[in-house]
Design a protein. Structure first.
Length: 245
């Protein structure tokens, strides 16, 4: 099924820097009511202006995307490494970045305008971009789907053996899919942090500076069935990945 992405602008990494800056700048200016991050700690880097944010995004796309594809081609045998960058320019979208697939199974990295505006330096943006790309390189979407299918089967079988009704079996199947897929999400995040560290570093950025973005977002801590690990664990993963290089 063809995916529908409303209010999306696809960015071709092959574009020259100036047109890419102009494209991102136009979108940032159009989204002038972006939410502000409540940074009150001394020493927190200041938010960039629209033009600086646009140039930063364009530069990071141009320098990180080739490294992303190089790592992808070395690790994936299916050839699905033609990354595209998409900007979600809905003005009320929260700061976010994520990876998905297009109708041909090729990877798409999506950034909201709020996230682009909230990146305080190129190291932060490069790390986030490399992290999201790592989810595809490591086939986390495929693994998550397989785990969900396995969990759905196991929960449905248990419910059926206990004499549950058909509707209860269906509910158990859905619960098993959600629970099993969720249980691996923290592991996937740490794996993406480790590979993202390597990609950002080889692209010429400092992952330790980039990972400081974690200090400006809420710490999920040890939340039961949370999707992200504690910030301290993520920082430790980045340091370990750098040390291993």
């Amino acid at each position: 099924m063809k995916r529908s992405w409303p209010a999306m602008t696809l960015i071709s990494p092959a574009r020259l820097l100036r047109p890419l800056v102009a494209c991102v700048l136009a979108l940032l200016v159009a989204g002038c009511d972006l939410p502000q991050t409540g940074d009150t700690q001394p020493g927190t880097p200041a938010r960039l202006g629209s033009e600086a944010a646009a140039r930063q995004f364009a530069l990071v796309v141009q320098t990180v995307e080739p490294e992303i594809e190089r790592y992808c081609r070395a690790r994936r045998a299916d050839g699905r490494c033609a990354f595209r960058i998409a900007i979600d320019h809905r003005r009320r979208s929260a700061p976010n970045a994520f990876q998905t697939l297009d109708e041909n199974g090729q990877p798409v990295l999506i950034f909201t305008l709020a996230l682009i505006a909230d990146m305080r330096n190129p190291d932060e943006l490069a790390f986030v971009m490399a992290h999201e790309a790592s989810h595809h390189i490591l086939d986390h979407l495929g693994q998550q789907r397989r785990y969900a299918e396995q969990g759905a089967r196991e929960y449905a079988e248990i419910a059926a053996r206990s004499g549950a009704s058909k509707s209860a079996v269906r509910r158990a199947s859905a619960m098993g899919a959600a629970f099993t897929a969720r249980s691996y999400s923290k592991q996937f995040e740490l794996q993406a942090d480790a590979l993202g560290t390597r990609i950002a570093f080889t692209a010429g950025y400092d992952p330790l500076i980039g990972a400081q973005y974690f200090t400006r977002i809420p710490d999920p801590g040890e939340e039961f069935l949370g999707s992200h690990p504690p910030n301290s664990e993520r920082m430790a993963t980045v340091r370990q990945a750098l040390a291993s290089m």
